[in-house]
Design a protein around this ligand. Structure first.
Ligand code: SF4
Ligand code: SF4
Length: 220
């Protein structure tokens, strides 16, 4: 059986459908009648609901909420406690000697969908047992204004070096620069309990429990 063939339509620009153009007329350009119609509907509901509430034919939501106890709080004098897993502003955790736990592996910046983490890696100086094992962040910058607080950076970090357990939310600064959190500020941020360390420390090079290769192994 012969099948009908149809001429292909040329692709429309931006892959959009062509919509019939309607010439503007006074009837389509004047919005006041529609506005008054909407107001009339709103006022009709307002007076009917008020009348029914006065006649006790309908519950009054305001008096009901007062009877149940008002649940509003006087923010910012009163604040609701954030849940335990609230993702607040970032901090970089410290080792016992105050140095960053971060080894500048770039996992967090790679995982960050907002691309708001910048890290410049450096080598520890000669004589430091960490030289050759791991690097450290010479620069570690987070643009908290661009961050979407997804927590991927925390999940990606193999060292528990970056956390969002400060319990702090971003406050409304008046310049972009104030949202740029650099290494020193990130290291100075504390967790909710005031600690700069982590409850989940990893084994350090030189530590007997360190599971990786030792410097002696590396000489063979
Ligand atoms: S919370 Fe998400 S968006 Fe913010 S720095 Fe971490 S990975 Fe990037
Ligand atoms: S914070 Fe963690 S994931 Fe990010 S560079 Fe440092 S060690 Fe790697």
């Amino acid at each position: 059986m012969a099948t009908a063939t149809f001429p292909k339509k040329p692709p429309s620009p931006n892959n959009a459908y062509v919509v019939a153009h309607v010439e503007p007329t006074p009837a389509t350009q004047v919005y006041l009648p529609e506005i008054f119609k909407g107001l009339a509907v709103a006022m009709r509901h307002f007076f009917r609901n008020t009348k029914e509430m006065v006649r006790n034919e309908r519950p009054d939501p305001v008096t009901e909420s007062i009877a149940q106890g008002i649940t509003t709080i006087s923010y910012p004098e009163q604040k609701r406690p954030y849940p335990e897993r609230f993702r607040g502003l970032h901090r970089l955790t410290q080792r016992d000697d105050g140095s960053p736990r971060c080894v500048a592996c770039l996992c967090c910046s790679t995982a960050c969908p907002a691309q708001c983490i910048f890290i410049e890696a450096g080598e520890y100086p000669e004589g430091d047992p960490r030289r050759g094992y791991e690097r450290y962040p010479v620069k570690f910058v987070i643009d908290e204004l661009r961050c979407i607080f997804c927590g991927y950076c925390v999940e990606a970090c193999p060292c528990d070096a970056i956390r969002m357990d400060t319990g702090l939310h971003a406050v409304p600064y008046d310049s972009r620069e104030q949202f740029i959190y650099r290494k020193d500020l990130l290291l100075a941020q504390a967790s909710r309990d005031g600690s700069h360390l982590t409850a989940n420390p990893r084994h350090e090079p030189g530590d007997e429990t360190h599971p990786g290769v030792t410097r002696e192994h590396m000489t063979h």
